[in-house]
Write a protein that binds this ligand. Structure first.
Ligand code: ADP
Ligand code: MG
Length: 322
């Protein structure tokens, strides 16, 4: 129901930046190699995401904003084998309930369509442009909720969060080109050529990339790869610890702490390192259902993973300093 959708919207898409995250994740799930994000007024006026992914089949279009309209889970078994970023079929339904939405899309095996929704209901469907991929525009986010006023007051914070999300996604997906434009100004642009060091340069600058040390470690369960920046280049907070699991960026206090520990004695107490790490593992070892935002995760074999990460980072960084 409309009310149900509004309630759930408060969890899944609690703010403009979480809308951006959900939409960009859908583009990644659709195998896009290019994701462009255009934001106006911190997302309150408009959020537009253009990708070159698989597209949505025209017969699925009308159902897009219905709850649990997901193409990503076929059986209960799939729930334990989550590889794609989305899997609940809740994001679009939640967004649709609190905004005006247009979707222009062409599926590999379908006709191009342009669809317009209001309050989650289809109000128009006409033929669209012959362009492979999906172009979603969200306008007047939260127009029918009290949350609107709250975010109108904190637009600067929200823009910062949007930049943070696209940065982390780009660092976790060097094979995808990301572009972020805020109020007509390009803030992020990565090439998508698969070279992580270049992404680090595009996001943090050449001086950071020049100090990047390659990290590699694996055991039977985990395969850790990425770069750690030499301690002489550091930051005053933990926001530069980029950890992704199977290319999904995550937050996990223990893993962050393992990285900080690896730099122990190399950095002053009030300084933190810059690190970009992806960990490959069987999805069965990760629980992403801790929080609807899917950012907080838990691991089985957590202790082994923390140990492996700490020793990998500290040995590579110390080797480099000899
Ligand atoms: P979920 O990602 O959990 O499946 P969403 O509500 O985010 O649920 O999306 C619903 C469905 O819409 C997806 O399963 C997918 O089939 C389709 N979809 C949404 N965005 C895109 C996109 N950019 N490209 C292709 N398909 C998409
Ligand atoms: Mg999704």
């Amino acid at each position: 129901s409309a009310i149900q959708n509004k309630i759930a919207a408060g969890e899944v898409v609690e703010r403009p930046s979480s809308v951006v995250k959900e939409l960009a994740e859908n583009s990644i799930d659709a195998h896009a190699t290019q994701v462009e994000v255009f934001i106006e007024e911190s997302g309150m006026k408009q959020i537009r995401i253009v990708d070159n992914g698989d597209g949505i089949h025209h017969t699925d279009g009308p159902l897009l904003f219905q709850r649990h309209a997901t193409s990503k889970i076929d059986t209960d078994y799939d729930l334990f084998q989550i590889r794609s970023l989305g899997f609940r079929g809740e994001a679009l339904a939640s967004i649709g309930a609190v905004a005006k939405v247009t979707v222009e899309t062409k599926h590999t095996a379908g006709n191009p369509v342009f669809i317009r929704f209001e309050g989650g209901n289809l109000v128009e469907q006409i033929p669209g442009k012959e362009r492979q991929g999906t172009d979603i525009t969200i306008t007047d986010l939260f127009f029918n909720t009290p949350a609107r006023l709250k975010y109108m007051r904190s637009m600067r914070t929200e823009s910062g969060k949007i930049i943070d999300i696209i940065q982390r996604m780009a660092l976790a997906n060097p094979g995808i080109s990301f572009r972020l434009v805020l109020d007509g100004q390009e803030k992020i642009m990565t090439k998508g050529n698969g070279n992580l060091k270049e992404v680090i340069s595009d996001i943090y600058g050449l001086n950071v990339a020049r100090h990047a040390v390659e990290i590699e470690a694996h055991d039977a369960d985990f395969d850790i790869r990425g770069y750690a920046i030499r301690p002489e280049i550091n930051r005053s907070n933990r926001n530069y610890l980029n950890i992704s699991v199977n290319r999904r960026f995550i937050k996990n206090f223990m893993l962050s702490q393992s990285i900080v520990n690896a730099y122990h004695t190399l950095l002053p107490k009030d300084k933190y390192p810059i690190v970009v790490i992806d960990i490959k593992m069987d999805p069965k070892l990760v629980d992403v259902n801790v929080h609807p935002s899917k950012i907080e995760v838990r691991f089985s074999k957590e202790r082994e993973l923390n140990k492996l990460l700490e020793s990998a980072v500290s040995s590579h960084i110390k080797d480099e300093m000899l």
